[in-house]
Design a protein around this ligand. Structure first.
Ligand SMILES: Nc1ncnc2c1ncn2[C@@H]1O[C@H](COP(=O)(O)OP(=O)(O)OP(=O)(O)O)[C@@H](O)[C@H]1O
Length: 219
């Protein structure tokens, strides 16, 4: 069973501490939900794990082997907050490059792909594009998947279709997912980590979202 360990992450921008004591573990078969207020450093943390943002300090390992750049060797894949697929390219062409051949049969059953595979990326709506981007990353060759706001622009009914796909994929991979649609994160995750004041809090129950000031408690 593969496991990803992230420890001792420290990050400051212009002398302002963003992350100072970040620790998390994610093993294959598990979905970790990462919650936190706007600007608390969730995207920065995912980029540090992926290797595209340099931290002041970090320890990232897979099976206790130090990983300098997660994007190397297809070990970690990352869905960025903003769209990443090139607009003018045919969807099927991109999928054949990016999807793991072992997962191809599952991937082509996904409605957004089945209905649009012969179209170009630019012909998709915002929500269709987000679904496709997320599904391509989830079905990539990587062992660990980092998802930054996969539910943004997705309608509730499609989010409900989407969550079982994330769960099914987590049988073979470890997934870290963040989104402000916290209900979806609570539904899909095995464990919840709250990022607050640069520190990771490993929650033992959902009421702690109120205790730590993430939810107001009046909803
Ligand atoms: N390149 C940068 N230079 C300076 N400050 C930055 C840079 N990138 C991010 N920041 C700051 O670091 C903090 C954390 O940003 P980050 O995008 O990681 O937050 P987040 O938790 O993902 O926020 P959101 O939920 O709003 O997307 C923010 O205050 C942001 O303004």
């Amino acid at each position: 069973m593969n496991y990803l360990k992230v420890d001792s992450v420290a990050l400051a921008f212009n002398g302002r501490n963003i992350l100072q004591s970040v620790y998390l573990n994610c093993r294959q078969g598990e979905v970790i939900g990462l919650l936190g207020r706007n600007g608390c450093g969730k995207s920065s943390l995912l980029k540090i794990i992926f290797g595209t943002l340099n931290a002041d300090h970090k320890y990232v390992s897979i099976n206790d082997e130090f990983i300098h750049k997660g994007y190397l060797n297809n070990r970690i894949a990352y869905l960025p907050q903003h769209n990443y697929l090139p607009a003018g390219v045919k969807i099927e062409k991109l999928a054949r490059i990016l999807v793991d051949p072992k997962l191809w049969d599952d991937f082509i059953q996904i409605p957004v792909y089945r209905n649009k595979f012969n179209k170009t990326i630019s012909s998709l709506s915002g929500g269709e594009l987000r679904q496709l981007e997320t599904m391509i990353i989830i079905h990539s060759r990587a062992e660990f998947i980092l998802l930054d706001e996969p539910f943004t622009h997705i309608s509730p009914i499609q989010a409900d279709e989407f969550k079982p796909v994330i769960r099914a994929c987590a049988k073979h991979k470890g997934i870290i997912v963040t989104d402000h649609q916290y209900h979806n994160i609570l539904d899909v995750s095995d464990k919840i980590i709250l990022l607050t004041d640069g520190v990771t809090k490993h929650l033992t129950n959902h009421e702690e979202l109120i205790t730590y000031g993430y939810l107001s408690g009046i909803n």
